[in-house]
Design a protein around this ligand. Structure first.
Ligand SMILES: [Zn+2]
Length: 209
């Protein structure tokens, strides 16, 4: 019996460093190419069609289209990113402070979220210093969110609300004070009410009746 078939064979074209959109940091990449081969007894022998090229981050293993290597951020994109990260930091800390108690689990959740959205460079000590600053500033949760809102699509807005829910739930219970702040966030982000309700219902199935 002859066993034959096809198989994708991957090869590396080049390697280097790039700004990984997933890690949000400079990481090593592999620029790879996949090609379909005709196989005989599981051995690739005849190259068939090319399956395309992609760029893979060595750290998170995410794959991207090759254009990711040519991207250079413009000044306005960088300015937006700074404002966006500020809005995330500020709103997550205020959600944590909403119920009046700061728990370790909440601090850990906030730190993870900030680092996930940002450059992965905030330490617990940085966060603690920032919490004090937010308390002293005493600015509304809408302050920075309403500035970034016009540039965000529904998905981007949803990500922020879901992050806030993650912080609110991280101490094991969801308080009215937290939910109220989250709904204020939704308004600042200019989300329509049904969209916000749907996200809340998904997060709180026991209260969705
Ligand atoms: Zn990565």
């Amino acid at each position: 019996m002859i066993i034959y078939g096809t198989r994708a064979v991957k090869s590396t074209i080049s390697t280097g460093n790039f700004h990984c959109p997933q890690c949000e940091t400079q990481e090593e990449y592999r620029h790879r190419k996949a090609r379909k081969f005709f196989t005989l007894y599981f051995i690739p022998i005849i190259p068939l069609n090319s399956l395309g090229e992609y760029v893979e981050c060595r750290r998170c293993k995410s794959t991207f289209i090759t254009e990711v290597l040519n991207q250079s951020n413009t000044a306005s994109e960088q300015a937006f990113m700074t404002l966006y990260l500020h809005a995330i930091r500020h709103s997550m800390v205020l959600i944590m402070l909403a119920d009046g108690i700061i728990e370790e689990s909440e601090k850990t959740a906030v730190l993870n979220i900030i680092n996930r959205h940002g450059h992965n460079d905030m330490t617990m000590a940085d966060l603690e210093a920032y919490i004090v600053e937010v308390q002293r500033e005493n600015k509304s949760i809408t302050t920075y969110l309403s500035e970034v809102a016009p540039a965000l699509n529904d998905y981007g807005k949803e990500m922020i609300i879901k992050s806030a829910l993650e912080v609110a739930a991280s101490d094991g219970h969801m308080d009215m004070s937290e939910l109220q702040e989250i709904s204020v966030m939704g308004q600042a982000l200019n989300m329509d009410e049904s969209h916000l309700k749907r996200i809340l219902n998904e997060a709180l199935p026991q209260q969705s009746s």
